[in-house]
Every structure is written in C-alpha cells, then in structure tokens.
Write a protein that binds this ligand. Structure first.
Ligand SMILES: Cc1ncc(COP(=O)(O)O)c(C=O)c1O
Length: 456
C-alpha cells in the first residue's frame, strides 16, 4: 500500500470550500514558514479511500475476537463513547473558572463514588493516566506513609512471581527493593515464602489478583494478614477487576491501596496508544499522601466520562453479570481446549494460560506460530510469552462480551491449529498466509521503529 505522501501530486488538494472573503491577516514575517510544509496534496476522494484502506487493514474488537489476556481488548459499548463526546465534556478546559465546571466535577465525583463502591476503598484519585502510572503513584503513597511515621527504612516490596510485570517495575522506579515471592505448584502465592520474607524492612506487598495465570488467590486474607502484621501495606493491582466486579472487593480483602485500569474494565479501549486511566483507590488513613490536582489537572477526563457512562449503565446490579460472564466465558473456552492443549493452572477466572511447550518439543511449533496462524482466521492474537513463569505461554481472555457462538468458533480454530501442528507444522511456521505483512522483524521494529515519513 502506498503512503499518503507517495499518493501526493503537486497542486491537487481539498478545494471544497469557497474562496475566503475575510481580509487576510498579515502574519508577522518571523512567523512565516520559509520552506514548503511538504504535506501531502491529494483529492478528497483519494484521502477517504486511503483511510478506508488503512481501517480495513487494522483489526479491532469491532471486526472479530481479540482474546488478549491481561491487556484485555474487549468490546466497549458505543453509547459510552457517545456520552463522552457530549460538548459539555469535550469543550471545557482545566483552567476554566471553577464555577463554570461544576457539572464536570460532579461527574468525576460520581465516578469516584462508584469506584469506591466497587473496590471497597474510601477515596479515589483520578490523576494517573495508566495502570502502571497508578502503580507508581500507589508506591509513592506507600513510601510517603512510611516516611511520615519515621519508618523510611522500610524499603522492600514483596512481589509474587505471578504479578504483572509492571508491578516490580513501578516499585523499583519508586526507589524500593524488590523481593520476589515464588508461587506454589498450583500457581498461587507460597505462604511460607511470604512469611519468611515479611519483616521489619517490609514496606508492603504488591499483588495482582486474579494473578497472571488467571487464578484468584485463595488465601488472600491470610496474605494481607501476614503483611500487615509485619507493619507493611498491601497494594492491589486491580487491572483484572472485571473478574471480580460485584463479587468481591479489594478493600474487604484487606488491601490499603488499589489501582484500576478504566481502559480494561470500564469501557475504554486498551492498547494502540490511546489514552487510558489508572485511578488509585486508598483507605482513609492514607488521604494526606495521595496525589492532588497538580500534575494532570483532573486526569484523562474523557476516559473517565466513558467509565462513568459504563458504571451508570451497569450500576450495582449489572456488576455481577460482568464478572460472571468474564469467568464463564474463559472457563468455557478453556474447557473446550483442555483435552488438546496443556493448561497452566486452574480453575481460571477471566483468563487462562496455554503452554505450547509440548508442541514445540514434539513438532517445533511455537506459541508465536500459533498466534500467527490465528491471523488467517480473522482473529487477534492472545498475549504471548507472558506470564514469564510459563514456557511458550499464550494468555487467552475471551472477555465478558463474547457470545457462545464466537467462543465455539474460536475453539474450532484453536483445535484446527493444534491438528495442523501435528500434520503440517511447516505450514504453521510460515503463517500467516493471508495478511499484507507476515512476519516483520520484531526486534528491528522494537529497537529501530520508523514512525515518521522523512519529508525531503
Ligand atoms: C494486571 C495488569 N496490571 C497492570 C497493567 C498495566 O496497565 P497499563 O498498560 O495501563 O500501564 C496491566 C496492563 O494490561 C495489567 O494487565
């Protein structure tokens, strides 16, 4: 496909508007561009076709299943987008006089009220713009809390090896030392190891629940009890809240701080570089250590408005069905596949992890080959090679919005690929066969991304 710059022809353009009849403003000389801008010149119809072609080449939940575990690309209701597009929300500025933004602040207060109710927390800061940003803010809260009590020597954060990768990264960025807590055979926190690690230098625990194997920590109350007894605080990575919404609350499990990914659970798309929101919930005794409206004004306000629209739609009674369907869908698909693929850990919550280690050993077919083959079936890839504690991992999350028919189709495709791994592994190793780009050099794409067109 040609770039829009390659389609450009001098003099061609979007002459849709009549000639301007307003006297021209004399732009000061020093502000006038000295060279041509180099922007592409194309007719409107070519521009429309260009973007249409790009849209057709990209994939989204509006096109098909995106069973991407952990990063959860689920379908988000259009009505929430429409609500966030209301001019009263889009046409404001954070520096407007306060008495002109009362409605917007009422809306954010209402969202906070819902998020407190869903998490069992006493307060919420909407400042952080992503889940990991929320984690970082949470770690700074923890740090300030211990320093405020004259216990700045508490510099260790206990992080189970089943935690999301951002957890240890955020704690390290906040200046803490990380103590890795191993998992049991079952994939749950090893309580003996936790007990042995918790002590006078413990600042706190950072726990992802359900963890990255999609498992709910059965001994959750004991876990928080051990950390509190050692004088530490408990941080809950609540990015996976769609698995427990309306069923259980981090606040009731003994957690002091929690972050949510509004762009996973509450109706904003995740990934693709779009704006996110990672609010931090806290118990009342931490109030004075919480970020104020200093850095990003009111956070990512329009993402918050989508989340509010979603919360108002599901309310209290609609929260439980979200979690129930998320778990049911994951368990259903896992069940459909567990006689062929090897599963890591069960019973799963909202996501499950396949290990393709056997297929690799027997037929040389890797998790990546399976993922590439899915593209030929108009299906997005699950997360791959994550969590790190599972060899050849594929992390599958069908999400709560998918129908049984969609899950049955996905199961058929996964089974077909399994069959091909045994009968024609070379075909899989060359997949995908139907996409414009097959196997780009991922290392080069990551280390030397070409993100802009060089205008000569
Ligand atoms: C469990 C978990 N924690 C934290 C994060 C980090 O969130 P973000 O990508 O918004 O920084 C994610 C991302 O999906 C996640 O799945």
């Amino acid at each position: 496909m040609e770039l829009i710059f390659e389609k450009s022809r001098p003099g061609r353009g979007l002459s849709l508007l009549p000639a301007c009849d307003v006297p021209a403003y004399a732009v000061p000389e020093e502000m006038v561009r000295s060279a041509d801008s180099g922007l592409p010149e194309v007719a409107e119809v070519d521009l429309v076709r260009h973007y249409q072609e790009l849209a057709e080449r990209s994939f989204s939940p509006a096109k098909g299943l995106c069973p991407m575990g952990s990063c959860t690309m689920k379908y988000n209701p259009q009505v929430d987008e429409l609500a966030a597009e209301l001019p009263g929300f889009t046409q404001i500025h954070p520096l407007q006089p306060k008495n002109t933004t009362e409605g917007c602040r009422e809306a954010t207060d209402l969202l906070k009220h819902y998020l407190c109710a869903y998490t069992g927390m006493d307060g919420i800061s909407l400042q952080p713009a992503a889940g990991s940003h929320g984690e970082f803010a949470g770690m700074l809260i923890m740090k300030a809390y211990h320093a405020g009590r004259g216990e700045a020597h508490r510099d260790k954060i206990l992080v189970p090896d089943s935690a999301h990768g951002t957890n240890p990264a955020s704690a390290a960025m906040a200046g803490f030392r990380i103590v890795n807590i191993p998992s049991t055979e079952e994939g749950l926190v090893d309580l003996d190891a936790l007990r042995a690690a918790a002590g006078e230098d413990t600042a706190g625990l950072m726990l992802t629940n359900p963890n990255t194997l999609g498992l709910f920590e059965r001994d959750i109350l004991e876990i928080t009890g051990i950390v509190h007894e050692a004088g530490g605080l408990c941080y809950y990575d609540g990015a996976n809240l769609n698995a427990i919404l309306g069923v259980a609350r981090p606040g009731d499990m003994g957690f002091d701080i929690v972050h949510l990914n509004l762009h996973k659970t509450f109706a904003a798309p995740h990934g693709g570089g779009g704006p996110g929101s990672g609010p931090v919930g806290y118990k009342a005794f931490l109030e004075k250590y919480v970020p104020q409206h200093l850095t990003a004004f009111y956070g990512n306000f329009l993402v918050e408005m989508k989340a509010l629209a979603y919360a108002l739609t599901i309310g209290r009674d609609g929260a439980y069905p979200v979690a129930a369907s998320a778990v049911l869908n994951a368990r259903y698909l896992m069940q459909q596949l567990s006689d062929v693929y090897r599963m890591a850990g069960e019973p799963c919550m909202h996501e499950f992890v396949i290990s393709a280690a056997d297929l690799k050993a027997k037929y040389g077919v890797t998790a990546k080959d399976i993922v590439k083959a899915l593209f030929d079936h108009r299906m997005h890839a699950p997360n791959m090679y994550f969590p790190l504690i599972v060899e050849e991992a594929l992390m599958v999350e069908p999400s709560e919005t998918e129908s049984r028919e969609t899950l049955d189709r996905a199961a058929r495709i996964f089974r077909e690929i399994y069959h091909l791994a045994q009968t024609d592994p070379d075909y899989l190793k060359a997949a995908p066969h139907t996409t414009p780009v097959g196997r780009p050099d991922e290392v080069q794409a990551a280390v030397k991304p070409v993100l802009k067109y060089e205008i000569i």
